[in-house]
Design a protein around this ligand. Sequence first.
Ligand code: AMP
Ligand code: MG
Length: 511
Amino acid sequence: MDGVAAVQTYMGWMPHSPIPFSNSYARLPERFFSRRAPTPVGAPEPVALNRPLAERLGLDADWLASAEGAAVLAGSRVPEGADPIATAYAGHQFGSFNPQLGDGRAILLGEVVDRDGLRRDIQLKGAGPTPYSRNGDGRAALGPVLREYLVSEAMAALGIPTTRALAATLTGETVIRERRLPGAVLCRVAASHIRVGTFQFLAARGDLDGLKALADHVIARHYPAAASAERPAEAMLAAVVAAQAGLVARWLNIGFVHGVMNTDNMSIAGETIDYGPCAFLDAYDPGIAFSSIDAHGRYAYANQPRIAHWNLVRLAEAMLPLLSENEEEAVALATGILDGFAPRFEAAYHGGLRAKIGLAESHDGDDTLADDLLTAMAENRADFTLTFRRLAAAVEDEGGEDERGKSDEGVRELFLDPTAFDGWAARWRERLAAEPARERGAAMRRVNPAFIPRNHHVEAALAAATERLDFAPFHALNAVLARPYDDQPDAELYAASPEPDGRLYRTFCGT
Ligand code: AMP
Ligand code: MG
């Protein structure tokens, strides 16, 4: 012990331990993962650090911002207490099963317990090769790293369960995709990185002990109430089904398309995870699929609930031996739970739509009313986010017949044929009159954001960063998206929908 440490110990201080790790996944059986440290990089350089998140995690943001912190966030230095692993998982990718995927470019440093007592994974994405890298380089390009940072943080600010971004750090190295690009590492924070595919990995190997250990871990960590249920595994499956039904309803209510809902990209904790080719709707189009690799629209906007259910059927299949030793009984139990998905999704989705159009009560015909607005929006290429946001202004400015035109104009102009809105608005106002109107506009603005990560702004921010290492547009956009429900008069530019140029926006996995 050197002199300083001796004095600290004498004074009752612990030597500086920057990240208070408390790891649990790495204590599970060795076959669940491979121990592997991140590969050091050429020259770590911070791009973004999420100070509010660091604070919530109980981490020292100033230390994370230091050269030593950047070295840790880039994977060049393994901090004390970390137990770095790449986790193993399987997955159905676009419908075909791959029994062996795993973290090919991500390394879980460990877990911390945050200020709210919640356990959080700290993972480095783009941290170098692992035994699961197959032909990949284990690295990430700056563009996709910043994209995940922006969109996951926007989702968090929108109030949607999601993994978070703690930091983005340049590696000082180049990655080769279609061309040479700056390399970066994302430090991702998640309730856990356990996926539907993690259960599939063990089920595919007939590893019943492993399945039991994983289910016990998930129950203790994410669904503690299930531990005291008569059949804990069944209660856990039901909880995951409920979490996913709620999550996908939130996606639809906010206009989010995940883009690659493979079972390895579906979190058991119910967070949105793996932001690859995701995008937000501009004009409302339920059939839209942005991803260049999703030619058949498997993961299109309106297909997301069906796919979530399909993925949950795969989870139930993997968990069958945990539900009952009698296969017939296990199938019956699983079927009963899976049948709960559609009504849960429907209730959450239409409940969300009701709030979006300003209804606090639930009356017969409300679902149809909301659906009819969406139909008119689709037929008239109306912008999803702006339409709902502007309904709040329309509802607050109801000065009788003379005023009608003025109050509705902001919404009408979003429709190719504005009279399509007028017909609907008459029915809407009749329904609004059937319940008290207290603070209706304010309530609507709390569920209808002004700001979402508009595709054209995200692309512009990523292009500036990638082409010129100019991070100002990224930071500006990130700041606006941190307060999506507030009117921000200086940021109107970010609220506008793109000029229609006839081209379909396309996203790329960019891995
Ligand atoms: P994703 O499409 O990002 O969900 O990734 C699917 C699988 O490919 C996962 O097992 C990833 O770890 C792996 N993968 C993606 N990109 C890379 C890369 N650059 N190097 C190694 N593995 C990768
Ligand atoms: Mg993935």
